[in-house]
Design a protein around this ligand. Structure first.
Ligand code: SF4
Length: 235
């Protein structure tokens, strides 16, 4: 019964987001399939405890990190959270004020929208892994300097090596540049898969951008549907 309730909730979220996006087609069957398949793949639990230990090691290192000037103004480092066996990983730009206070990624309004986006493809927030390319908050949420991104990249790549997701969704230009090391506007980069160490990478707009530019939500839904399709093919 609980599972059925959860599926009905997913369907409701999906319909809500489809309405917002302006898209008319609703693929209930597809969404149902991905929800079940992705959740079961995510719960395989191979090396789960070992992965948690490895991630904790990275967290402890980042906690005391002084590799760039951001250590002077941070309250907390924000490594990431979620399923260490996640099939799908999201990478944002950097912690904001709320994230810096709570030491968790994507907890403000943009985080709520990201949760809705995840639910729209039939997954739950706890099924995926969420991180940022930068682990400390830049003052006044300014765009990270490339020197900061380079200094912090080691933590991100180690997280990816431990989690081994099948698909990564980069949210916004800084996250895309940090991972793929390529100079391209997010408008040009989004909507296509790229390769990072045999992991498919889909860049799309950052949820914070969508809060300011809701007319572009439709493009993100299109990108997410590509991810949903890819997840189905992988599993
Ligand atoms: S942003 Fe990254 S490199 Fe800079 S101090 Fe924080 S953890 Fe270290």
């Amino acid at each position: 019964m609980e599972e059925l309730k959860s599926i009905i909730k997913d369907v409701k979220n999906y319909i809500e987001l489809e309405k917002e996006s302006g898209l008319k087609e609703m693929t209930f069957r597809e969404m149902f399939a991905v929800s079940i398949d992705a959740a079961s793949a995510a719960s395989e639990g191979i090396g789960h405890e070992d992965k948690l230990k490895e991630l904790e090691k990275v967290r402890q290192e980042a906690k005391d990190c002084k590799e760039c000037e951001l250590f002077k103004t941070r309250r907390n480092t924000v490594l990431g959270e979620g399923n260490p066996n996640a099939v799908l990983m999201f990478i944002g730009e950097a912690p904001g004020m709320e994230e810096d206070i709570q030491a968790r990624p994507f907890v403000g309004k943009a985080g709520q929208l990201l949760t809705k986006i995840i639910e729209a493809i039939g997954l739950k927030r706890e099924d995926v892994y969420i991180a940022n390319s930068l682990k400390c908050r830049p003052p006044q949420n300014r765009t990270p300097f490339s020197s900061e991104t380079i200094a912090c990249r080691n933590y991100l790549t180690r997280q990816i090596d431990i989690i081994k997701p099948k698909i990564i969704c980069c949210l916004g230009r800084p996250a895309t540049q940090a991972l793929l090391m390529m100079e391209m506007s997010i408008t040009r980069a989004r909507g296509k898969f790229y390769n990072y160490n045999n992991i498919k990478v889909m860049p799309t707009f950052h949820p914070a951008y969508l809060l300011r530019n809701p007319q572009d939500k439709r493009l993100v839904w299109e990108d997410m549907q590509k991810i949903q399709k890819e997840l189905k093919e992988i599993q």
